[in-house]
Ligand binder design. Structure first.
Ligand code: PBG
Length: 309
């Protein structure tokens, strides 16, 4: 009877697996603050991607970890850059059997670790960054990404990327906008995952954790600029924002169950303080209950196997 009246569904197709691929890696490198998650080699990425798709996940979100970085993050728009090379590998391997997504942001590729290029005073230059995003978007679309995830929180990024894609003939490449992205302490382990060079913080472009109304404004702007889907990030400490976004958004809403949320549960489960599987499924269910249509989670492939019926 509980099954009959259960209000919230959690299905593999609603889960998206974020994956890291490192340039020049000859074996997968563990990420110490994210047990079970690795920086993949090109080869291990391909294999793990196939496994995740076979487990039934709805999509893959790929992040690149370059071996060299510069001030403009040129590895992000270079067709030989690790992320673009890996996208090409994956599209060749997987075709249209899953939704292949790419992180469209410079922070993994810049030597200062910011999501954009800097001006003479060392501040992130919003408008100069937009040009870089347009180039990066084109490189990722050319490499075979179905859906681009601009995650840099620059004003106007969705519109600029949409225009660049349309002008380049990539009218079918979609945009999954990280619309409401907060300046969060929970990104800590991700910084290790991508060997981030960031010294300061991202408070000049990411949102203040206390602001909910602003999230709706960000979503409205992104939708007007052409976002096909929007995202709230992080998820767990922002379920009220996910709920408000789900009620207001005319397009599907994603929630990103981020690195710090993953690390907390893994650490507690390792100590025997939490039941890992039950905790993970309860967290993911809470995001669906809050209204997320889909969830990006490092547990996607494993959770999909638990959910298989
Ligand atoms: C930026 C980006 C970040 C994450 C996804 N995209 C880092 C940041 O904004 O600091 C974080 C993901 C996570 O913590 O799991 N390219």
């Amino acid at each position: 009877m509980r099954r009959l009246v259960s209000e919230t569904t959690l299905r593999p197709r609603q889960l998206i697996l974020p994956m890291f691929v490192a340039e020049g890696a000859d074996s997968p490198r563990p990420i110490s603050s994210m047990p079970g998650v690795v920086q993949h080699t090109r080869d291990s990425l391909r294999k793990a991607a196939v496994e995740a798709v076979e487990a039934g996940v709805g999509g893959l979100m790929i992040f690149g970890v370059p071996s060299t970085r510069d001030a403009t993050g040129s590895g992000g728009f270079d067709e030989h850059g690790i992320l673009n090379v890996a996208l090409r590998d994956l599209r060749a391997e997987l075709g249209d059997s899953t939704v292949l997504m790419a992180d469209t942001c410079l922070d993994e590729f810049t030597d200062h670790g910011h999501c954009g290029v800097l001006d003479a005073q060392g501040r992130v230059d919003n408008d100069a960054t937009l040009q870089r995003y347009a180039e990066m978007a084109l490189a990722q679309a050319e490499a075979g990404a179905h859906l681009l995830g601009p995650s840099g929180m620059m004003d106007g990024q969705v519109g600029v990327i949409r225009r660049a894609l349309d002008d380049g003939g990539f009218v079918d490449t979609g945009i999954f906008a990280y619309s409401a992205k907060y300046a969060s302490a929970f990104y800590g382990p991700f910084r290790e995952a991508v060997d981030s060079q960031l010294k300061g913080d991202r408070k000049t472009y990411q949102q203040d954790p206390g602001n909910a109304r602003e999230a709706l404004r960000e979503i409205e702007l992104d939708v007007a600029e052409g976002a096909d889907m929007v995202m709230v990030k992080p998820a767990l400490a922002y379920l009220d924002v996910v709920r408000a976004a789900a009620e207001a958004s005319p397009v599907p809403v994603g929630a990103y169950n981020i690195s710090g949320e993953y690390a907390m549960v893994e650490a507690a489960a390792e100590k025997g303080w939490l039941d890992r599987e039950r905790t993970v499924l309860e967290m993911l269910t809470s995001m669906r209950r809050a209204g997320a249509d889909m969830i990006l989670t490092y547990w996607a492939a494993e959770a999909a196997t638990w959910l298989a019926d």
